[in-house]
Write a protein that binds this ligand. Structure first.
Ligand code: ATP
Length: 462
């Protein structure tokens, strides 16, 4: 038996505002303001249950693509705190700065290179129309490194830094990995971990925070292959985002101009996403040349090079670095998946996430909480959750329970009703089409697991 219990109007909203996503995140417990009971700490967020599950899935898909599906990569998990010389060698103590300006009128502080995003520009009473140059101070370079002290004495000798990128943990381990992984260039080291930047103007929810998580690859190549690998990584990374459902027309590559390049980079392209506040960097893909390995070799006195047996010569590999923020990636997936439509005169909010990203894959719901249905539903739930992450929910009307699952992006709803007790079938509801089909409960868990492995296309693409 096939039927459609809920009839969508077929009209989805075109775009979403950041406020709508923030509100869904709070309503469904994805993300909370940190230290909320004390009034919150600016631009600092905590991830709740579904946020953790979604974040884990984003990281899991990244590991799958960069490690499991390739032969040329190994994993690393380096410490956040590193020897302070690291940051002298890497150039961060000197060069990891943003230009900061102050507004003499509203007393706020901005990044000179991101003035168009500045909040005070949106206050006509403060700055009517264009910026008034007289109001702004000259830019000063502000170092983004967070510092702290190791041990009981707070002096210069005890000063250490919270890493502003995970990359340096990879560079200082180059020799270890080369020795133990038995790889030769081209090969890469991948790592996920926290990073800290004392951003001048954090904001836009989890887009720019001072504490965030990065997914970074340092890919070591013979120098004459660097341009080619840079291009290949740009293609690979673009494909990762779109394979996981990001609409291709909301994604673009933008090459940095010479004045934008980081101190270590000879060429960088950003993967940009059309966030609610406009096109913004999602992932950076840089050609760091031999800058980092050469500098660490110079500062540490260790040789950081690869000896090519065939050519009989040593060289310092060039490095291609695809670097993506976990939180920013999660935000892009949520923004891209967010949709609303009218179903039988009522608004439905739905996260059309790729099923592999969805925090919960299947919800098992007894139609009513009596007549043996909860017992049967729990039995089916035990079976389903062995194969895929699932939830059991018997609270409230079935309509309300569906809406709840729609808002957290659960692709499949399994409803147990009177007929289930007679013939062992359940209704399987599809989050996107709202189609409900009657299927045997037997073997359903394995069938859903198999569906997760299938390619998926965002219904927003039509
Ligand atoms: P921006 O120009 O936005 O400051 P960036 O060029 O300094 O970014 P990178 O150093 O290239 O950023 O960092 C790599 C990735 O890490 C970014 O593409 C982004 O996904 C993420 N990222 C960087 N800074 C932050 C932050 N403050 N909050 C959240 N994610 C960040």
């Amino acid at each position: 038996m096939t039927g459609t219990a809920e009839q969508p109007s077929g009209k989805g909203t075109a775009e979403v505002t950041l406020d709508e996503v923030v509100s869904l995140c709070k309503r469904r417990g994805f993300v909370f303001q940190s230290s909320e009971i004390y009034g919150g700490l600016a631009s600092t967020y905590d991830y709740g249950h579904y946020g953790v599950l979604l974040k884990n899935n984003v990281k899991g898909e990244w590991w799958r693509a960069v490690l499991q599906e390739r032969d040329d990569m190994v994993a690393l998990d380096a410490a956040i705190l590193m020897h302070p010389r690291t940051w002298e060698a890497s150039g961060h103590l000197e060069g990891f700065t943003d230009p900061m300006i102050d507004c003499r009128t509203c007393k706020l502080r901005f990044r000179a290179d991101k003035l168009e995003d500045a909040q005070c520009g949106r206050k006509p009473s403060v700055h009517p129309g264009e910026y008034d140059e007289c109001d702004l101070t000259e830019p000063r370079q502000f170092n983004l490194m967070f510092e702290t002290f190791m041990g009981p004495v707070r002096d210069d000798a005890a000063r250490v830094f919270l890493r502003p990128e995970t990359a340096q943990g990879i560079f200082v381990n180059f020799k270890n990995v080369l020795q133990f992984a038995r790889k030769k260039p081209p090969f890469g080291i991948a790592q996920i971990g926290k990073a800290f930047r004392n951003e001048i103007t954090p904001g836009n929810f989890i887009f720019r925070t001072r504490e965030f998580e990065m997914m970074e690859i340092e890919y070591f190549v013979p120098p004459d292959q660097a341009d080619d690998w840079h291009r290949r990584w740009m293609e690979d990374r673009m494909r990762w985002h779109t394979d996981l459902g990001i609409r291709p027309d909301h994604l673009q590559l933008r090459k940095h101009g010479p004045d934008e390049l980081s101190h270590y980079s000879s060429a960088t392209s950003d993967v940009e996403y059309l966030f609610p506040m406009g096109w913004s960097e999602l992932e950076g893909i840089a050609n760091r040349g031999d800058y980092d390995l050469s500098r660490h070799a110079e500062f540490s006195g260790e040789k950081l090079e690869y000896f090519d047996q065939e050519k009989g010569e040593a060289y310092v590999p060039y490095v291609i670095e695809p670097s993506l923020g976990v939180d920013r990636s999660l935000l892009a997936f949520m923004v891209d998946a967010y949709d609303t439509e009218e179903v039988e005169g009522r608004k439905r909010t739905v996260l059309r996430l790729h099923p592999r990203l969805a925090p919960v894959k299947a919800a098992v719901l007894p139609l009513v909480s009596k007549a043996g249905m909860p017992e049967k539903a729990r039995e089916i739930y035990e079976e389903v959750r062995r194969a895929v992450p699932a939830e059991y929910d018997e609270g409230g009307s079935i309509g309300r329970r569906y809406r709840r699952q729609d808002e957290i992006g659960t692709p499949w709803g399994i409803t147990v009703d009177g007929q289930t007790l007679e013939d062992g079938t359940v209704t399987l509801r599809d989050r996107d089409s709202l189609e409900q089909v009657r299927v045997p409960a037997d073997g359903l868990a394995d069938r859903l697991a198999a569906r997760l492995a299938e390619p998926w296309r965002s219904p927003k693409l039509g």
